[in-house]
Design a protein around this ligand. Structure first.
Ligand code: ADP
Ligand code: MG
Length: 671
């Protein structure tokens, strides 16, 4: 008796409809997800010509009986759904029963499969949706699906495919990210006879990140640990008579739902120009979701300049009932039942972790936002192309041979050229210290191409993970409290010695951070320090400023400004936060109103409050080009050490750079 059934119309009609086979990477995604659903632990993906000529995925999963193997190519045939209720709690990656028939209708497909219970296997051959053969065959248990000549019968589609390299990059990215979601499984991606990715089972995500990205990347990341939060559901409303009966029996639904997040995020100094380095998985499914993206950005608010984004690899797990995956045909979007809970959970978890670890940037950190390369598959690309301009796109770059001849750093651009990009560049330039983003996303693409020395084509050449030798997290700003200030450079930067190296601290932004947190804390406690002005300051506002003023007047008041309307479009400022020099007051208020106008529309009141506090802190902080005596420097470092986030100023600039002793020793050839 087979496991697969054709869904009745009333269920099929409730499934998000649409095309799933858009490009080779979408075929890989569907087949890989099927293999994962089949419980496989080993996945081999073979690709030729960027997946146009051949895609073969071989797994050691549960396989299919002969009946199932034939039924699998019917539309809406699936073993994963039985009735409409199942749609509310989908635990498998697939559920639509459409992938195999869709792929088979636009390619020449060969299915070879054997269930472990059967003594022989089945071979099914289909071309353009027509079944050509179905034979018994001697096979090992598991499934292998070979897809040749994708879109051979749909020339219009074929025209829209990008170059082989681009398609291959999408496939590599996809395979790598699924390998990150399953550290305990083997993933192999082969192209042109060589491995692009080959990772063997390891027991932790940290080890898998090391296998895929290498130790340098790992050093720039902060691991989240195992973070959980429970959502307490309101009790279901029941009529009193039933409530008495219900009291005695088990509740239908648990009164709370557990959410868990694990993964890695980058230190605030790793700044990407777009969101392409953010990867979010929900219950093992790689998805793109606005709630999660927003939560991640909020976690870095006031730690990173606006319009910069971190690297993130997040795995959220929750009850299947909490997330609707039946939203988009290619299953790349979800809808959370309790979106704002999820948002706050993610934001708080990330922020708390950054505060706890206080990662310090190193001297060599590049401060400009780094471009992040292409995305795993097109839905993502499309969504993001609307959000942020892509950096130098692959399509307009020199060919590889040209690039290789004239420039050793052709890596990023050359993705679209015809020659095999995954072979290596003649002279890989050393990767910028903080630039792992390329590897983070382009995985097979950029990282493999760009940053490995010639001998390593395979990410796994980072080798076995020797126990006890994990690269340590780089230095933490927790050391700030023990620093000994030695003097200033340019009367702007404090030089300090610590047990773990030499530090340079930007005195202005350090003070800014101290004041920013102080203002917010005083505001929260309702105890702001204010100064009354001898003469009220009269300010003339424009119509827009007047509107913004009305919107934030209460907030201005609670943070220490005493203002009142003074005739048409004029306000009188009678008192201000204590630390702000009176001479700067006018500029400060206009600055606050201007930010309010421009960017605050989309911000919450909490974000607005933080921005006002940032403006106050900036005006009140000691300036650069100011001589500080020993006591002042000591005070500044002590106060900075006591802040929650000594990593960045409220506008996202780094505060302290560390030259670790280890690096000093290396530079002097002592180790
Ligand atoms: P869905 O994954 O939505 O169920 P598909 O068209 O992708 O639909 O697959 C149809 C069915 O074929 C699956 O429900 C599953 O039972 C079976 N199947 C597909 N791929 C595999 C595989 N690699 N191993 C075992 N069974 C598979
Ligand atoms: Mg499927």
């Amino acid at each position: 008796m087979g496991r697969i059934r054709v869904l009745p119309d009333q269920i099929a009609n409730k499934i998000a409809a649409g095309e799933v086979v858009e490009r080779p990477a979408s075929v890989v995604k569907e087949l890989l997800e099927n293999s994962l659903d089949a419980g496989a632990t080993r996945f081999r993906i073979e690709v030729e010509s960027g997946g146009r000529r051949l895609i073969r995925i071989t797994d050691d999963g549960c396989g299919m009986s002969r009946d199932d193997a034939m039924l699998a190519f019917e539309r809406h045939a699936t073993s994963k759904l039985r009735d409409v209720k199942d749609l509310l709690s989908i635990a498998t990656l697939g559920f639509r029963g459409e992938a195999l028939p869709s792929i088979a209708s636009v390619s020449r497909l060969l299915l070879e499969t054997r269930s472990a219970d059967d003594s022989t296997g089945t071979r099914v051959e289909i071309a353009g949706g027509k079944m050509l053969h179905c034979d018994e065959a001697a096979l090992t248990p598991g499934t292998s699906i070979t897809v040749r000549d994708l879109f051979f019968n749909v020339p219009a589609r074929k025209k829209f495919l990008r170059s082989e390299q681009t398609e291959l990059a999408h496939i590599a990215s996809l395979a790598t990210h699924y390998s990150l979601a399953h550290p305990g499984k083997t993933f192999q991606l082969m192209c042109g006879g060589g491995d692009l990715l080959h990772v063997t089972p390891v027991s932790t995500l940290r080890e898998r990140v090391y296998q895929v990205f290498g130790s340098q990347t790992l050093e720039e990341l902060v691991e989240l640990g195992d973070c959980r939060r429970e959502l307490f559901l309101p009790p279901p409303s029941v009529p009193p008579s039933e409530a008495i009966a219900a009291y005695a029996r088990e509740p239908d639904e648990p009164p709370s739902r557990a959410f868990r997040v694990t993964g890695f995020i980058s230190r605030p100094q790793v700044q990407k120009a777009n969101r392409n380095s953010i990867f979010t998985f929900v219950n093992g499914r790689l998805i793109r979701d606005r709630v999660l993206l927003h939560a991640i950005s909020s976690a870095y608010h006031n730690l990173m300049p606006q319009a910069c984004y971190p690297f993130a690899l997040l795995f959220l797990e929750c009850d299947c009932e909490e997330v609707d995956v039946n939203v988009h045909p290619s299953k790349t979007e979800v809808r959370f039942r309790h979106g704002s809970f999820v948002h706050d959970f993610i934001r708080d978890t990330l922020r708390d972790r950054l505060i706890e670890t206080r990662p310090a940037p190193a001297f060599t950190a590049s401060s400009a936002p780094q471009p992040a390369p292409a995305l795993p598959y097109s839905e993502f690309t499309q969504m993001l192309e609307n959000e942020a301009p892509e950096p130098a796109t692959a399509a307009h770059s020199p060919s590889v041979s040209e690039g290789a001849a004239h420039s050793p750093s052709v890596s990023e651009g050359a993705a679209d050229s015809a020659a095999p990009q995954f072979t290596l560049r003649p002279e890989p330039s050393p990767p910028p210290r903080l630039d792992f983003g390329a590897g983070a996303v382009a995985v097979g693409h950029e990282h493999l191409v760009d940053t490995r020395p010639a001998k390593s084509r395979i990410p796994d050449t980072h080798g076995e993970f020797p126990p006890g030798t994990l690269p340590p997290f780089s230095s933490s700003l927790s050391a700030l409290g023990d620093l000994r200030p030695l003097g200033q450079i340019h009367e702007s930067f404090i030089i300090a010695a610590g047990r773990d190296g030499l530090w340079i601290i930007d005195q202005h932004v350090a003070h800014e951070r101290i004041l920013f947190e102080k203002v917010l804390k005083q505001r929260a406690a309702g105890r702001v320090e204010t100064q009354a002005l001898l003469m009220p300051l009269i300010l003339q506002l424009t119509a827009e400023q007047q509107i913004e003023y009305a919107r934030i007047a209460d907030e201005l008041h609670s943070i220490g400004f005493e203002t009142e309307p003074f005739g048409a479009r004029t306000i009188a400022v009678k008192a201000a936060p204590a630390a702000v020099p009176v001479s700067d007051l006018e500029k400060l208020i206009f600055e606050i109103l201007e930010t309010a106008e421009g960017e605050m529309r989309g911000l919450s009141m909490d974000d607005i409050r933080r921005n006002i506090a940032a403006s106050i802190a900036c005006r009140a902080a000691i300036k650069i080009n100011m001589r500080l005596d020993q006591n002042k420097m000591e005070w500044l470092l002590g106060a900075l050490a006591a802040t929650d986030c000594p990593m960045s100023c409220p506008h996202g600039r780094p505060i302290a750079l560390q030259y670790p002793t280890r690096e000093i020793l290396k530079a002097f050839h002592r180790i």
